[in-house]
Ligand binder design. Structure first.
Ligand code: FES
Length: 248
């Protein structure tokens, strides 16, 4: 696993609740792809013991843009230790032109690089913000993204139309909410499509990652057929057809 020092070059408040950090990183980390993350240590001590997941929302010529809560304190010139890139890129085949992103109970941060990649190739992107995700400050998003807000996925009026429109679906939910949310998502998809194609629906899994290299087995995801895979090396995105969901 690659560890390197990085420098926070700029700190920008982008909404009352969020700030974005422009972080100068080395060449390898500058190649980070949608879905991958960095594990950050911002102090010289081991408090907190676990590194903090930093998920880029954009990358530009040697810089990655990291979104963090506004109440946290960062200063330009601050040096941080970054481990990664952790995990694999979210697959986005060239043929995909209609991408539905869904954030359940969490900021859609981990989906934004993928949204930009799809927009850059001329695709359409819709973003559903479900539950507490609906409070995400949408003024920070590209205007081309169609944003849908809903209190929960049962009351989401546009759901079936959007699932019918989408050629690929990628969802994110925090640990603890992920399996129930993805189970309901696959129920909705199977009601509309009976048997979705492989690679149609991905879910991102972000359990705590103590090592980030597949060594500690703290981030194992249970797959169908009795298999397991580490979110830090085989994920964080998994084809939901292959995941052992609740009740599966
Ligand atoms: S974080 Fe240790 S195996 Fe994934």
């Amino acid at each position: 696993m690659h560890e390197a020092q990085a420098i926070i070059e700029r700190v920008r408040r982008v909404s009352p609740t969020l700030q974005r950090l422009d972080v100068a990183v080395d060449r390898r980390q500058a190649e980070i792809a949608p879905g991958q993350l960095l594990l950050a240590r911002t102090t010289d001590s081991y408090d907190p013991y676990l590194r903090i997941p930093w998920v880029p929302v954009a990358r530009e010529q040697g810089t990655v843009v990291i979104e963090r809560p506004a109440y946290q304190s960062y200063t330009p010139g601050q040096i941080v230790s970054l481990l990664g890139p952790v995990g694999k890129a979210i697959p986005l085949p060239e043929t995909i032109r209609a991408l539905l992103l869904i954030a359940y109970q969490a900021a859609p941060t981990a989906l934004l690089m993928l949204a930009n990649a799809a927009l850059a190739r001329g695709g359409g992107v819709a973003l559903a913000l479900i539950g507490s995700a609906a409070y995400y400050p949408v003024e920070t998003l590209p205007t081309e993204i169609e944003v849908i807000r809903a209190h929960d996925d049962l009351e989401w009026a546009e759901r079936d139309r959007m699932l019918g429109w989408a050629e690929q679906v990628v969802a994110v939910a925090p640990a603890g909410f992920d399996l129930p949310a993805y189970t309901r998502l696959m129920d909705h998809i199977q009601r509309l499509r009976v048997e979705p194609a492989d690679g149609y629906a991905y879910g991102l899994f972000h359990p705590p990652m103590p090592c980030g290299v597949g060594a500690c087995q703290a981030c194992l995801i249970h797959l169908r057929g009795g298999h397991e895979a580490a979110a830090c090396t085989d994920g964080p995105a998994f084809d939901l057809k292959g995941v052992r969901l609740d009740g599966a």
